[in-house]
Design a protein around this ligand. Structure first.
Ligand SMILES: Cc1cc2nc3c(=O)[nH]c(=O)nc-3n(C[C@H](O)[C@H](O)[C@H](O)COP(=O)(O)O)c2cc1C
Length: 376
């Protein structure tokens, strides 16, 4: 199972774990995989704090940082505005009716108010917010890769990361995007099929993975979307993937920061409880279906706004439903980002336990497949 990408990154197993929790990142890297810190909700100051902690707990093991530079977003043609100026401009573009609708949904479901005045910070999804984060990550000795979601990173970012001696990769949900990543000189791509959590295409993993693997050969492709056990991992590797990139698996682990009420919602969810919706950010993403997604997905209600404007509508709901996860009927309107594989995740495990389980199940499945071969 040791692939070339393991050698490049200095990891034992090609198991990549995307998480917003620093404890998960550290625990997976210490277990032999690669923890990937999602910085999409952070500015540089917050990221600095997280990376200080990771660097002092990770015992010299490698990890990666995932950022979000969308290929297209409202405000991308305003590179000369400061972060604050862009944020002010974007907030002015959010119709009051959208904010009122979000507030009503939260009030109707008993979600407590946020204790302080002031709007939530914009998600870290503009060049103005992301660049200082990338520069911060590149000062860290154990951060061995930068990965981008939602598009090919700009040339100057690719050059900056490569000149620092690190790898750079990006997610994709279509062959065309994968080829664009390859032509731009990335080191690897993450091919995410539709069953995956977060931003995700319509096409499912079993169809998408081999299409992308063939299209960008010999570039390493990490298979994402729907990996929750070692059998699924073996399927991906047998198609030629260089490793597996996972997200939902780590939402309910011991080390994850989520409140117990949010973890319980996820642990109780079935394979049929997710939906691909634009109600989180304005772009298609898989989350648990509830009153929040039903409202914005209903054509008779307001349409979700384009990225990153809808993220501004959602930001207050996210911070309130995460912080007060057990209050009122918070879970009815919480944005619980996860993939279909959540139906397989029914108990709390440790990160090391998950890595060991994946490896054991992988080997068992391989043995079963080999046993199918006739003895000549
Ligand atoms: C809670 C959550 C948040 C996510 N946010 C991001 C993100 O900010 N950047 C990113 O590249 N991928 C993000 N993803 C997608 C994951 O990186 C990964 O590709 C996906 O979870 C794989 O599918 P799986 O959920 O079936 O494992 C997110 C996934 C989840 C579950």
């Amino acid at each position: 199972m040791y692939t070339k990408i393991c050698e490049g990154l200095g990891i034992e197993f090609p198991i990549f774990a995307f998480s917003h929790c620093r404890d998960v990142v550290v625990a997976v890297s210490k277990a032999g995989g690669l923890g990937v810190l999602g910085a999409g909700f952070m500015n540089a100051e917050q990221l600095k704090e997280e990376l200080d902690w990771i660097e002092s707990h990770i015992d010299g093991k490698p990890y990666a940082v995932d950022v979000v530079i969308p290929q297209n977003y409202v405000g991308r043609d305003e590179p000369d505005l400061s972060e604050q100026e862009l944020e002010d401009k974007l907030w002015k573009m959010v119709p009051q009716a959208h904010l009122d609708a979000a507030e009503k949904l939260m009030r109707d479901h008993g979600v407590p108010e946020w204790p302080e005045d002031g709007r939530p910070k914009i998600l870290g999804w503009t060049m103005q917010t992301v660049m200082p984060c990338i520069k911060e990550a590149l000062t860290r000795p154990n951060c061995k890769a930068i990965v981008n979601a939602l598009g090919t990173p700009p040339e100057h970012v690719i050059n900056m990361v490569k000149e620092s001696g690190r790898m750079i990769g990006a997610l994709c949900g279509k062959k065309k995007q994968a080829v664009q990543h390859k032509n731009a000189g990335l080191d690897f791509v993450v091919a995410q099929g539709g069953e995956g959590g977060g931003h995700t295409p319509e096409v499912g993993s079993v169809v998408l993975w081999p299409e992308i693997i063939d299209a960008v050969h010999p570039m390493p492709v990490l298979a994402a979307g729907g990996i929750g056990n070692g059998r699924q991992m073996l399927a991906a590797m047998s198609m030629g993937a260089a490793g597996v990139w996972t997200g939902s698996l780590w939402l309910t682990v011991e080390e994850a920061h989520a409140q117990p009420a949010q973890k319980n919602t996820l642990l109780n969810a079935t394979v049929n409880d997710t939906v691909r919706t634009t109600s989180w950010t304005g772009k298609g993403a898989r989350v648990l279906r509830n009153e929040w997604t039903d409202f914005w997905d209903n054509k008779e209600n307001l349409d979700p706004l384009p990225m990153p404007l809808h993220g501004l509508v959602t930001a207050d709901a996210m911070r309130r439903t995460e912080t007060y996860a057990g209050s009122g009927n918070c879970q009815n309107v919480a944005i619980n980002i996860c993939g279909q594989v959540i139906g397989q995740i029914n108990e709390i495990e440790s990160c090391r336990g998950v890595v060991t389980r994946l490896l054991t199940q992988y080997l068992d499945a391989l043995e079963n497949v080999n046993a199918l071969m006739p003895d000549y």
